[in-house]
Design a protein around this ligand. Structure first.
Ligand code: CDP
Ligand code: CDP
Length: 228
């Protein structure tokens, strides 16, 4: 069967990576979490006290950053490595979430990440989620999905995930972070979060994971047929 590129963009914590992983598993495709790359660069900048408002400092620091997705043999999923260190858990922490949208708005950082993301799609058979995947990284992707969900539902979902690891986290803190990131992501100058014209909107506020997958698999089949 012909392999396609599936792009999933949308707001924070609406279920993009969950859907992308389900699709990749079902189709035997590679899943790439583009947000993990921005999070890893942010982690490096925080750890090394890089001033991301200085274009010169950013350009110099990026030369020392090597990112890899290494497949975990147990889960079959790629995990983020920053300069040969597994940072998959560290990049999900609140200290990174608080700064990542500022870092991701910097031109040099976007150029750095987008160049690597484009290369990952050359052989197709890929599901990538993020904010600019259907608009900038793969404007010719065969199936584009733009996800959204009610903010209160998104807050509940992310809170549940974070609370398992950190019992001090509050709902207000999570809500503030999601709203702030959505605002910065949608209003930045370079590659703001936008629905691609040819993307299908998926509002999953009231969809469970099974029904969501059934619905999207139908879109996948249609896209494969249309491009065969
Ligand atoms: O999973 P969650 O929705 O919390 O975010 P993420 O996908 O891990 O992305 C973290 C941040 O990286 C976003 O809030 C954006 O600022 C940035 N990002 C981006 O600018 N472009 C992408 N393609 C992916 C992420
Ligand atoms: O990648 P993104 O930040 O958009 O979201 P995610 O990490 O895939 O999903 C955030 C949480 O929402 C996960 O715990 C999912 O299991 C949950 N979720 C859900 O409960 N119902 C859905 N229809 C989609 C996601």
């Amino acid at each position: 069967m012909k392999k396609i590129i599936i792009t999933i963009d949308g707001y924070s914590s609406c279920g993009k990576s969950t859907l992308a992983k389900q699709l990749a598993k079902k189709l035997g495709y590679t899943y790439i979490d583009s947000g993990a790359m921005y999070r890893a660069v942010t982690l490096y900048f925080i750890q090394n006290r890089i001033d991301w408002l200085s274009h010169e400092a950013v350009a110099t620091a990026l030369k020392d950053i090597h990112l890899d997705f290494v497949i975990n043999s147990l889960t079959g999923l790629g995990e983020m490595y920053l300069n040969n260190e597994n940072v998959e858990h560290l990049i999900r922490e609140m200290v990174v979430a608080e700064k990542v949208s500022e870092v991701a708005a910097v031109k040099e950082v976007r150029d750095f990440a987008v160049a690597q993301q484009k290369k990952m799609g050359v052989r197709k058979g890929i599901v990538m989620d993020g904010r600019d995947i259907g608009t900038v990284v793969f404007p010719h992707g065969e199936l584009k999905i733009f996800m959204t969900a009610d903010i209160e539902i998104r807050v509940q979902r992310r809170f549940k995930e974070l609370y398992e690891k950190n019992k001090h986290i509050t709902l207000d803190e999570v809500k503030h972070n999601l709203e702030l990131r959505d605002y910065i992501d949608a209003n930045r100058e370079i590659s703001p979060l936008r629905k691609a014209e040819d993307a299908i909107i998926l509002d999953n506020s009231h969809l469970n994971l099974e029904d969501q997958l059934d619905l999207v698999m139908q879109w996948v089949e249609d896209a494969i047929m249309a491009h065969s």
